[in-house]
Design a protein around this ligand. Structure first.
Ligand code: IMP
Length: 191
């Protein structure tokens, strides 16, 4: 059965395809002819993931899943949240985003944070949501060179290294994205 993964990232697609086996044939947005930027106008991660899945389902008539992630810092009223990718501006610089976050937290005692991924799946005319969260702390300076985004300043709960100091395999065992995708894969394997 053909299922669209609302991404153009072939690496992400291959990773999920390998976990799903051959029951589902995953295709990217460009493979279904969706070359336009899908609007993500909403103020929550949930609404944006649902909007992407719904757009593909309604316009291309294909079942589809879409993911959206972000970092949530409760003491900053949930920032950067849905704006994580472009927190410090449209240049979408990971370094600028981290610097802004550290600056905003400089006088803050509560440095707790969590990463969140939400996946929405359109499947047989119903929508299903899958969520993954990983709690942790934002440290005061960058550590490590792996990963991406806010990884150099995020220490997951129960660990003493940042995500950027972990190998990809180590991060994948506990990440918000892995938890959300495990929920999706479990659902698809049973349907
Ligand atoms: P996306 O929805 O997966 O593209 O994530 C949006 C933004 O959230 C990214 O550009 C990063 O700034 C941030 N983010 C999401 N997941 C991670 C992660 O695993 N590590 C660090 N930053 C992340």
């Amino acid at each position: 059965m053909k299922l669209c993964f609302a991404t153009n990232n072939q690496n992400k697609l291959k990773e999920i395809q390998a976990l799903l086996g051959d029951k589902f044939e995953l295709v990217t947005l460009s493979e279904i002819g969706c070359l336009e930027e899908i609007p993500e106008p909403f103020e929550t991660i949930e609404e944006n993931a649902l909007a992407k899945a719904r757009y593909v389902h309604e316009k291309y008539g294909l079942d589809c899943f879409a993911d959206d992630s972000g970092l949530i810092v409760p003491s900053l009223n949930g920032e950067p949240g849905v704006h994580s990718a472009y927190y410090a501006g449209p240049q979408r610089s990971h370094d600028d985003n981290i610097n802004l976050l550290l600056q905003k937290l400089s006088n803050e005692n509560d440095r707790s944070a969590y990463f969140k991924t939400v996946i929405y799946l359109s499947f047989q005319n119903e929508y299903h949501a899958f969520e993954g969260r990983v709690p942790g702390t934002i440290i005061g300076e960058k550590r490590g060179t792996g990963g991406f985004g806010y990884d150099p300043v995020f220490v997951p709960q129960g660990h003493d290294r940042t995500f950027a100091e972990m190998s990809l395999a180590e991060k994948s065992k506990i990440s918000h994205r892995s938890i959300a995708f495990a929920g999706l894969i479990d659902f698809l394997e049973n349907h």
